[in-house]
Design a binder for this molecule. Structure first.
Ligand code: SF4
Ligand code: SF4
Length: 427
């Protein structure tokens, strides 16, 4: 008989609020049931996502903690942003986890540290920490933050009082000076992580870490390419969760699972099998990231008969579209290759940020999107600001465009549904 593992003791050992955590799991489980498990014609290989949904707050944490206790993983390092290079963390023998904050939790507690009109993502991670409901935050030996938007930059000053935090300085313009500054910053991270783990990064360990991350990106690129077909073989919801899982699950297991999903989706494309009917309205998403369990928007689009065929965001193509050059022969060459790849992420914190608009239009064309949906989380000034230029770029390209602002509550669901249905009707 399978051993019954005592997860409650594990949560208590991490200092978590067991009862509140159970409440969070029940809420997320209910959402998964009603949003994912009601989808028709899902590829069979998406059973991996069902495994992820149940394993992320149980077996995966146990696996990470066991590895740390056994010494196969030195430390657990939490990150919040795509600019933090996972290769550096892996090469120093640590495991990297993305710290999701895709739900409102303990907002009153969070508002003791950040203003009420702070974006939900920031408020979410403060609330998760203060309420002690996130096993990833509690497992992390060190959190790596970054000076990106003003909200995050200042929130880490507060968060740093609650958890050991190292903040990377991300430039906001791209030129030769800032490239050198960023290359230096990547080395500063490497120093800090090696100090944390007590393990030296070598040419071999860094090259292996680069290959591991690149293989994950290649698998995601394969899966993404199948979504250009009509009918689309896999839903936007399942594709989004695949990238969300990439921030948390073991890289090798995840890469194998995504390759299996890509194999099946390629066969479905050849056979003309879709998750949505041929001719379903195709949406390209762009905007702020969607951390687990922020599935609200995609669920509304797809339940309304549309299908999301691509995501230009940090929980989408920005995560996997560019590889790190694997050919460097020295540590310096490999560090520079990593820095250069990450500096090319098209986040709205940069000015100018023309590359993001070019990516959105290119992706809309490649994925044969009928419309672009640009969504910002409430109080996210930089993405809201960029929506004006994005609308103009879409207009010039002749692609219908809709901008929305939302938060993590369910309060605006009716209003979003009305606007999205009207948009789908119009295109
Ligand atoms: S949107 Fe910008 S700040 Fe936010 S996670 Fe992505 S890269 Fe980082
Ligand atoms: S959504 Fe906007 S305001 Fe919120 S953390 Fe990301 S960049 Fe900052």
């Amino acid at each position: 008989m399978a051993e019954e593992y005592d997860y409650n003791s594990m949560w208590e050992g991490l200092g978590m609020d067991v009862q509140a955590h159970e409440g969070l799991l029940a809420a997320v489980g209910g959402m998964y049931q009603s949003m994912f498990l009601t989808q028709q014609n899902r590829p069979e290989s998406t059973s991996y996502l069902d495994f992820v949904a149940t394993n992320l707050h149980s077996g995966r944490i146990r696996e990470m903690l066991d590895a740390r206790n056994e010494g196969t993983t030195k430390k657990v390092i939490g990150t919040f942003c795509l600019y933090v290079p996972e290769e550096i963390i892996t090469a120093a023998g640590a495991v990297e986890v993305g710290l999701c904050a895709g739900a409102d939790w303990a907002p009153q507690e969070a508002e003791k540290y950040v203003p009420r009109n702070t974006c939900p993502l920031i408020k979410g991670f403060m609330g998760f920490k203060l309420a002690r409901v996130c096993p990833y935050i509690e497992s992390a030996d060190l959190v790596v933050g970054e000076n990106t938007c003003d909200g995050k930059k200042k929130a880490y000053e507060q968060f740093g009082q609650l958890k050991p935090t190292f903040v990377m300085d991300v430039p906001h313009v791209r030129n030769e000076d800032t490239r050198q500054q960023w290359r230096h910053e990547v080395r500063r991270l490497a120093e800090r992580i090696q100090q944390e783990t007590g393990q030296k990064i070598t040419v071999d360990s860094l090259r292996a870490a680069i290959k591991l991350a690149n293989n994950k990106r290649r698998a995601l690129q394969r899966l993404d390419a199948t979504r250009a077909a009509d009918p689309v073989p896999i839903s936007g919801l399942d594709s989004l969760l695949t990238v969300q899982a990439a921030f948390m699950d073991d890289s090798a297991r995840l890469t194998n699972a995504i390759n299996r999903m890509a194999d099946e989706c390629e066969k479905r494309v050849t056979a003309g099998t879709g998750v949505a009917p041929k001719g379903a309205k195709r949406i390209l998403y762009t905007g702020t990231p969607m951390a687990v369990p922020n599935w609200k928007l995609f669920n509304i689009i797809e339940k309304a008969g549309g299908v999301v065929v691509g995501e230009e965001c940090c929980t989408g193509s920005r995560y996997y579209k560019d590889l790190v050059d694997e050919t460097g022969e020295t540590l310096d060459e490999l560090y520079d290759a990593i820095a250069d790849r990450y500096l090319n992420i098209q986040c709205a914190i940069f000015t100018p940020n023309e590359g993001r608009k070019e990516d959105v239009i290119r992706m809309a064309r490649e994925q044969h999107a009928d419309g672009i949906l640009d969504c910002s989380l409430q109080f996210c000034t930089i993405y809201d600001m960029e929506s004006f230029g994005m609308e103009k770029a879409a207009e010039e390209a002749g692609i219908p465009y809709l901008h929305l602002t939302t938060d993590y509550s369910g309060e605006d669901e009716g209003q979003l549904k009305t606007r999205i249905e009207a948009f789908l009707e119009m295109i």
